[in-house]
Design a protein around this ligand. Structure first.
Ligand code: ADP
Ligand code: ASP
Ligand code: MG
Length: 815
């Protein structure tokens, strides 16, 4: 025989109740299960709200109407007209009784825990009665049972303690006398020795099911709800939470104790003692296996089973010299709290014994404070104890699993995930069982924290990066296209999902609640846009508080750079192709690096030098692996490279510059390339990455142009001057040709000095052979001494730059 408990979410609507009946019909008909029912979803909360309103003499009729209508709607939908009347009549009697009680509360302005329990009991009474009548159509043996009479408790209203032996006898006797019937039992409610209604605590219908299961030695206790069993995290917080096939009783207990609402923690005890498996199943996906909670579960491959959370908690901190070495202090404190029925969720004590921090529900915080102040009055007066303060707005996150015991590094993993996402941990507790580690954090960080930790522990799932992009020019556009094309492969081969959550250009911006559709981002942006405001963009991005966040700067403007520090300090990784940040003052460059390190995020700028070519990465890897850099030589301007690769034979210099411009290699103003400034910035960044704290002024930049060209006031003038100086350039070209050499504008870093100048090189030089607008860089190091390490390839253009940015984005979070 099985116990089937249907929760409020299952019986909350006519269609849910219809499914419930169909689940019963699929069972063997000769061995009826016992069905335990909750109130329809939302009803217990409405009853509570009415009670609290009545207590302060506020109107509650709207809620009463809502509850009535909720039930009447089911009766109208699921019962034929002829069968409706008796059910309506009985329900109305219940609602009248309820109203009488509420009236008394209203007049007396007094709501005792006893009266509150009586009011709450109407939810289960109504639903069990109504559903048993609906079931009668298919099961003439259906019978409604007021479970309150069979479960005997003490008088601790709101959270009554069950007298197990008496209860089991009552249930067994009742069942013996009624085993031919299909019983529909009210969950949640019980009664004390005087017959007054008590309740078993919110969510207590699960417990009712376990009590019946234990008394009747049920084969299984089935908890039917609205999700596919116990999931790895609260599905309302973690989209990727998945169903766990099995759990031990302890694991289920710990998960539910720390907030997994799907099952009420005390439910596990009777089942555990009688070794009865509990199965959590989904009414709305009834063929899914669900979760088994039982003895001897198989070991799973994951180090933890799940992550649970309590989203509202307060902490109290007690400290002072009076506690040091005083045996029995914490005993005194916690027995005091337990005497006053204050449930302590979590305790941590510093090893010096100088302070104890404990967490309670916010509703208990002030009474805890009051009784502590009273109990420890003398110590407080003598200043042996600091006056405790309550801290609100906190939450608890707990990781749970029996495997944790055997797996080292679990807390490291937990704190790494939290730290990387800028989540500040206020207190930590590890249960001595090592089945759980719980941390207290700010409520505002909870969702981000649970998601980040879930991702860290369940690596089989796709990792999600939340990306905010600045700049929708050539590079930005190309990046979106590449992301769109690549996303199925990233998901399949790299378990990676890149979600673009915000876009801004200089005119408009949009931050989206869900990932933007990259096939239609332009439309989405223009439809939802607000006027661009970088400060507000950054502020909103921070407020979204998403895990694994990346800010991408695809602009060439100085403005975004002003926000880099703030972004990194908000634990958001940064990817930029914008050189301005890293090539301004050294101090700023160092500050960015420092912030990234301190806040445990990534700062990737591969495309600052040589577009998508792996230059920055190679330099970093060489240095990290202990190589010594002797010198770096490079041609890092695609434009200048193109010019000298093609400045041959009869072509004149200004003609080839024009061609470079026409081909789109140059900046809109070709002087920006030819004056060597851009090249200088790249060399400066390389030198800094190689460990030299250089400033712009330290770079010896020799212009490749005569002074008159540099002084030109407009682009047209510039071309004129290039033409006027044709002889100068012809002279260079001929001289080189005569010596079988070519002209190359080369940057060099050696012994901490950077020089950039025009050189003539022969065919023994690695830079002799170069084509198109290629960049080339050679590293001469300890390991690459005789033959330098050379990287060569296209170093400019939207396609390769966007590809470099793309690579930087997907490298975020990789070690
Ligand atoms: P019922 O009405 O069936 O008793 P509850 O609302 O009490 O259902 O509990 C089910 C809900 O618990 C789910 O809808 C889900 O949102 C929530 N929940 C929180 N944490 C978890 C978890 N780890 N696994 C499954 N559900 C969870
Ligand atoms: N109806 C009760 C509650 O909402 C009991 C339950 O649903 O388990 O707390
Ligand atoms: Mg429940």
């Amino acid at each position: 025989m099985n116990i089937l408990k249907f929760g409020g979410t299952s019986v909350g609507s006519a269609s849910g109740i219809r499914t419930l009946i169909s689940i019963l019909k699929e069972r063997e008909q000769d061995d009826y299960p016992v069905v335990v029912l909750s109130a329809m979803s939302g009803v217990t909360n409405l009853l509570l709200a009415m009670a609290e309103k009545a207590q302060v003499a506020e109107e509650y009729t709207a809620e009463l109407k809502e509850i009535e209508e909720k039930h009447f709607e089911v009766v109208r939908t699921l019962l034929p007209a002829a069968a409706q009347n008796p059910v309506f009549t009985k329900l109305k009697i219940y609602f009248n009784e309820l109203e009488d009680v509420l009236q008394s509360v209203y007049h007396l302005k007094e709501l005792s825990p006893q009266t509150k329990d009586l009011i709450l009991s109407f939810g289960e009474r109504c639903s069990a009665f109504m559903i048993s009548h609906v079931a009668k159509q298919d099961f003439p043996d259906a019978q409604c049972v007021d479970g309150a009479e069979l479960i005997k408790t003490d008088s601790n209203f709101g959270q009554a303690k069950v007298d197990t032996s008496l209860t089991e006898l009552l249930i067994q006797d009742f069942y013996e006398a009624n085993r031919a019937k299909l019983l529909f039992v009210t969950g949640f409610i019980a009664s004390n020795t005087e017959g007054r209604t008590t309740t078993l605590g919110r969510g207590g219908s699960d417990f009712t099911a376990a009590i019946w299961g234990s008394a009747l030695h049920a084969k299984e206790i089935e908890i039917w709800t609205d999700v596919d069993g116990m999931l790895t995290a609260d599905p309302r917080i973690v989209e990727k939470a998945f169903s766990l096939p099995e759990l031990s009783y302890t694991e289920a207990m710990e998960l539910s104790y720390f907030g997994a609402k799907v099952i009420y923690p005390p439910t596990m005890t009777p089942a555990f003692l009688k070794k009865i498996p509990i199965v959590i199943k989904n009414t709305f996906n009834k063929d899914f296996k669900g979760t088994y909670i039982r003895h001897g579960v198989n070991t799973s491959t994951f180090p933890i089973k799940g992550i649970s959370s309590i989203d509202e908690i307060s902490i109290l901190n007690l400290s002072g010299s009076g506690m040091v070495g005083k045996t029995g202090f914490s005993g005194r404190l916690f027995s005091l709290l337990s005497r006053e029925q204050i449930n302590v969720v979590l305790i941590t004590q510093s090893s010096s014994e100088h302070s104890i921090t404990f967490a309670v529900k916010p509703a208990d915080a002030l009474s805890a404070l009051a009784i502590i102040s009273k109990e420890f009055e003398l110590e407080l007066q003598a200043k042996k104890l600091e006056y405790p303060e309550v801290e609100n707005g906190l939450a608890v996150l707990a990781i749970v699993g029996e495997n944790m015991k055997h797996t080292p590094g679990m807390s490291g993993k937990l704190f790494h995930a939290l730290g990387r996402n800028g989540v500040n941990v206020r207190a930590i507790a590890q249960g001595s069982s090592e089945y759980n580690i719980s941390v207290i954090l700010s409520k505002t960080d909870l969702s981000k924290a649970v998601n980040a930790v879930h991702e860290a522990f369940f690596e089989n799932l796709k990792k999600t990066l939340h990306v905010f992009c600045l700049g929708t020019g050539n590079i930005g556009k190309t990046l979106f296209r590449q992301l769109l094309v690549q996303s199925p492969l990233l998901a399949q081969n790299n378990d990676l999902e890149v979600k673009v959550m915000g876009v801004s250009n200089t005119r408009e911006m949009y931050l989206s609640k869900t990932a933007m559709n990259l096939a239609d981002w332009e439309n989405e942006l223009s439809k939802n846009a607000e006027p661009a405001d970088l400060a507000s963009f950054v502020k909103q991005m921070k407020a979204m508080n998403l895990p694994n966040c990346v800010f991408v700067d695809n602009t060439a403007s100085g403005n975004p750079v002003n926000f880099y520090q703030e972004i990194l300090e908000s634990s958001i990784s940064l990817v930029t192709c914008n050189k301005i940040g890293n090539s301004a003052e050294y101090e700023q460059y160092a500050a960015f690096k420092n912030a990234a390190r301190t806040y445990g995020v990534d700062f990737h700028y591969e495309t600052n030098v040589g577009a998508g070519l792996p230059i920055i990465r190679t330099l970093k890897d060489l240095m990290l692996s202990g190589d010594n850099i002797f010198s770096i030589e490079a041609i890092l301007s695609g434009t200048i490279s193109f010019i000298f690769n093609n400045f041959k034979n009869d072509v004149l210099f200004h003609e080839i510059v024009k061609e470079a411009q026409d081909k789109g290699y140059t900046e809109p103003d070709p002087r920006d390339d030819l004056n060597g400034k851009d090249f200088m910035r790249k060399m400066l960044i390389l030198a800094r990455d190689a460990g030299y704290p250089l400033e712009e002024a330290d770079v010896q930049l020799e212009s490749m142009l005569p002074p008159a060209c540099l002084a030109a006031a407009s682009v047209a003038d510039f071309y004129q001057e290039l033409e006027n100086n044709a002889a100068y350039f012809e002279d260079l070209k001929n001289k080189a040709a005569a010596e079988n050499k070519v002209l190359r504008y080369i940057g060099k870093l050696e012994e901490g000095k950077v020089t950039i100048n025009l050189q003539m090189v022969d065919d023994t030089h690695p830079f002799y052979m170069l084509s198109g607008s290629d960049n080339i860089i050679s590293f001469t190091t300890d390991r690459y001494k005789d033959r330098p390490l050379v990287i060569k390839g296209p170093g400019a253009g939207a396609e390769v730059t966007a590809a470099g940015v793309f690579a930087d984005i997907i490298n975020v979070g990789k070690k």
